[in-house]
Design a protein around this ligand. Structure first.
Ligand code: SF4
Ligand code: SF4
Length: 335
């Protein structure tokens, strides 16, 4: 079955679950009825002695009504417990939204149990930015466009938690290199990461962030806002490094990794930065990363993913509990 068929089956189930006890038993094929012998044909000109007997009328009590299978209504979780999440699209390529959708079944679990998507230009027919618990902002802000500037300010007013989703929102990424002159909007020539215009709570850099990391942030935001005290503590531990990134500022590039990690003798040669860089600006030379600054698009992903760029003992100490909380929230088999 294709993905679209799966999706339609999930949204519009053809068959509601049926109580197996009330379900009809196995179908039995009836014995073929005996073929009646043909009646004797009277001789022409003779009158038959008796008319064929009429069948007795069927009384209403004789009619057997088969018991209909009982329909079991599925339990619906109260929507009030969910948080609201909006996807605010500034100037970006939509790759972060595609990455969110790449969670497949995990996305359904998220939307079924934890979050209502109450704003998303691509997926929800809502024009004005509403109040929301979490705003996932994708893309940087074109400051030549007054609508974009107004939208990002309204997002900050209306959202409890603002997440810079992806490197364009966090650091500008490739939009930093825009000089205007694009075919459809030639006047747009200057783009800033959202942190230059509003306060941002959480950075989730990378180009794009992995589907799993977006899902984890959404689940942790839910636990932070609706969970027990213990879950709130775990969620805070998970989100703290990403909040620290937000405090660190809107500039990032391979040079940060060079100055803060490699030149400090902290690099352990794990190669995570090489695997993370979306434009392959980093290669390993003699077991240490070498960064080609001409290729670097300043997405900040290498710094964000390097295990030595910042240590967070809250995460280290509660690593297993955090993983178990996320797994429990998403249920087995959602990955
Ligand atoms: S080196 Fe690669 S991952 Fe690091 S900031 Fe530059 S482009 Fe991004
Ligand atoms: S991710 Fe960090 S520790 Fe790992 S190789 Fe790159 S700079 Fe070194």
């Amino acid at each position: 079955m294709g993905l679209l068929s799966d999706l339609m089956e999930k949204i519009f189930p053809k068959n509601k679950p049926v109580d197996p006890k009330a379900a009809p038993g196995p179908v039995t094929v009836p014995e073929p009825a005996a073929v009646p012998k043909p009646a004797a044909v009277p001789e022409p000109g003779t009158v038959p002695e008796s008319r064929p007997e009429a069948k007795p009328a069927v009384k209403p009590g004789d009619v057997k009504v088969e018991k209909k299978p009982e329909i079991i209504e599925t339990e619906e979780k109260p929507v009030a417990e969910k948080i609201t999440i909006g996807h605010v699209h500034m100037s970006g390529c939509t790759g972060c939204l595609v990455s969110l959708a790449d969670n497949y079944e995990g996305l359904f679990t998220l939307l079924d149990n934890y979050a209502d998507l109450n704003y998303c230009l691509t997926l929800a027919d809502v024009r004005d930015i509403p109040k929301m618990d979490v705003a996932l902002v994708e893309g940087s802000v074109c400051i030549n466009d007054p609508h974009s500037v107004a939208d990002i300010k309204k997002t900050r007013e209306n959202a409890t938690i603002v997440v810079a989703l992806g490197s364009c929102a966090a650091y500008g990424n490739i939009t930093r290199f825009s000089r205007g002159g694009q075919w459809n909007q030639p006047q747009h020539e200057s783009y800033l990461p959202i942190g230059d215009l509003i306060d941002v709570d959480v950075y989730l850099p990378a180009c794009p962030p992995s589907p799993e990391s977006i899902k984890n942030v959404a689940v942790m935001a839910y636990l932070l806002l609706r969970g027990t005290d213990e879950q709130k503590e775990l969620a805070a531990a998970y989100l703290k490094p990403l909040m620290d990134l937000a405090k660190r500022g809107t500039e990032a590039c391979g040079c940060d990794l060079m100055f803060d990690v490699i030149n400090q003798g902290l690099c352990m040669g794990c190669g995570t930065c090489v695997a993370t860089c979306p434009v392959r600006a980093i290669t390993m030379v003699y077991g240490k990363p070498n960064i080609d600054s001409d290729l670097c698009i300043k997405c900040g992903a290498c710094y964000a993913q390097c295990p030595r760029s910042f240590f967070n003992f809250d995460v280290m100490n509660q690593f297993e509990a955090i993983g178990e909380a996320i797994d429990a929230a998403m249920g087995k088999g959602d990955e």
